[in-house]
Ligand binder design. Structure first.
Ligand code: GTP
Ligand code: MG
Length: 151
């Protein structure tokens, strides 16, 4: 089953949005596979965003991500990466539709509340970076048969 790495960034944690963000993924039908509150090192965050290291906003991005605790999660279910990004909204909150997390709660691209893996391959890399194998839990979601049609 497809998994995605979702994080509530420091602004989202400080603004009390963790519960709402979890709730949106729960209510959609996704299964929570891992969750923890963390304060990662600068090196960890530079690795997480390594593809953006040549961008002019990279230093500010890392400083932002270091500014407080982050709620790191793994959510599992059909098409979790692509749909997860739809639940978050566009990178720039001003381009995000209302009804998305960023479209409901953010204005500035540099304070956009949440992160989501941009594909299956990056999800695998990110989950391995943020979680130990024993922290990602495999279990049967009791609502499963009410969310998915039987094959
Ligand atoms: P993430 O889910 O956080 O990875 O965002 P994304 O995949 O929608 O966008 P991307 O990976 O391209 O950028 C990562 C993060 O860098 C964004 O979420 C923003 O917080 C920040 N960022 C991206 N573009 C800009 C920019 O033009 N200016 C500033 N200040 N920050 C940016
Ligand atoms: Mg990204």
């Amino acid at each position: 089953n497809e998994q995605t790495f979702i994080a509530v960034k420091p602004d989202g944690v400080q603004r009390g949005l963790v519960g709402d963000i979890i709730s949106r993924f729960e209510k959609r039908g996704y299964k929570l596979a891992a969750i923890k509150l963390v304060t990662p090192s600068k090196e960890h965050l530079e690795k997480h965003y390594e593809d953006l290291s040549d961008k002019p906003f990279f230093k500010g991005l890392v400083t932002y991500m270091l500014s407080g605790p982050i709620c790191a999660m793994v959510w599992e279910g059909r098409d979790a990466c692509k749909t997860g990004r739809m639940i978050l909204g566009a990178t720039n909150p001003l381009a995000s539709n209302p009804g998305t997390i960023r479209g409901d709660y953010a204005i500035d691209v540099g304070r956009n509340v949440c992160h989501g893996s941009d594909g299956v391959e990056s999800a695998k890399k990110e989950i391995a970076l943020w979680f130990g194998k024993d922290e990602v839990i495999s279990y049967k979601q009791s609502q499963f048969d009410w969310i998915y049609e039987k094959p």
